[in-house]
Design a protein around this ligand. Structure first.
Ligand code: TXA
Ligand code: MG
Length: 319
């Protein structure tokens, strides 16, 4: 049985024993294992039912450790690490030979970040190895933003979730890689395009490549509820087309016509995109448990973090 606990020493012992612990981060919970233990890394892939071609993010507690993970680090990568670490930015860099191939799925790049959660930073500090951690959900399903979400998925598969409360940002980190030392965004995430561009200039965004993605996280069906989900501009109009169904809605600030809705998730009554982002996955988890016929989500404003929220909602609609 899975234990939900704040006991860092216990987490340390489990990890040192080549087993997995789910860890809190400020984005989503991760399913963590020792990057140098082939046993642990294999368990990550098996537990998530994740294909071995899809590489993992390496988590470190201090940006100074970056040189043990990567080589030939572009100047703009250092600028971004200085600005955002600890935080929700993952850098794709040329890998140091010390990093086992199974972690990077045989690629010569490695994904790395310093997460911003006090418990996990403390845990990383007492370990003498970094942690590989994908989001702690079965491949393709909604990422967990509460310890209980992890327990719901993996109660029989892992020994422990380190209890770190609700994830503050609530969607995954933003992934930035480099070509000829210039930044490319491979995954929209908790840090907006605008926040990055202020520091390093215009960004190429390659978030949606369908075939042979350079970052496999761009596979379009991802973050998906089991319930059929659609994303629309005009939610009131859409509702009038489905009067015979049991419906849940996800809206930004408010909803006017409530007549045939069974359940409403308002993500931020005060209209704050960051708060909406933080609530998104928990709302999707709740709606998905209600055995509804349909989830209708409202498109968010295409600006700042609204773009990241729309990205996850769009992926949730893919069959
Ligand atoms: O916020 C986050 O990033 C969370 C927390 C736990 O840190 N982690 C997370 O991991 O979202 P995961 O595995 O669910 O998503 C990481 C994405 C995957 O889509 C993977 O394909 C991509 O990063 N990735 C990792 N290493 C890569 C590499 N070497 N080259 C290209 N893409 C890589
Ligand atoms: Mg994931």
């Amino acid at each position: 049985m899975i234990e939900i606990s704040t006991d860092i020493n216990k987490a340390k012992k489990i990890l040192e024993n080549n087993e997995l612990v789910a860890i809190p981060t400020e984005t989503v919970y991760g399913l963590a294992g020792n990057i140098y233990s082939e046993t642990a890394i294999k368990k990550i892939f098996e537990t998530k039912k994740r294909p071995f071609y899809n590489p993992l993010i390496v988590h470190i507690h201090n940006k100074k450790l970056i040189d043990e993970i990567a080589i030939n680090i572009p100047e703009k990568a250092r600028i971004l690490a200085d600005a955002f670490w600890p935080g929700s930015l993952t850098l794709l860099l040329e890998k140091n030979n010390k990093i086992p191939d199974i972690v990077t799925a045989g690629r010569n790049s490695v994904a790395v970040r310093v997460p911003n959660h006090p418990l996990t930073l403390e845990l990383l500090k007492v370990l003498n190895f970094p942690l590989a951690a994908p989001s702690a959900n079965p491949f393709g399903s909604i990422s967990p933003t509460r310890a209980q979400h992890v327990a719901d998925y993996f109660s029989n598969d892992i020994a422990m979730v380190l209890e770190g409360g609700n994830c503050e940002n609530g969607i995954e980190s933003t992934i930035i890689g480099f070509k000829n030392d210039e930044p490319i965004m491979y995954r929209l995430g908790s840090i907006s395009i605008e926040e990055i561009e202020v520091l390093v200039g215009p960004l190429k965004v390659k978030n949606h490549s369908e075939k042979l993605p350079e970052s496999p996280g761009m596979l379009s069906r991802h973050y998906a509820p089991k319930t059929k989900t659609i994303l629309v501009e005009d939610i009131e109009k859409e509702l009038s087309l489905h009067t015979d169904k049991r419906i849940g809605v996800i809206v930004f600030k408010t909803i006017i016509d409530k007549t045939n809705i069974n359940y409403t998730e308002i993500l931020s009554e005060k209209g704050d995109l960051k708060q909406a982002m933080s609530n998104l996955y928990a709302a999707m988890h709740r709606l998905d448990k209600l055995k509804l016929d349909l989830i209708i989500a409202q498109k968010f404003p295409e600006e700042g973090l609204g773009k990241s929220i729309n990205d996850r909602l769009e992926r949730a609609t893919k069959e």
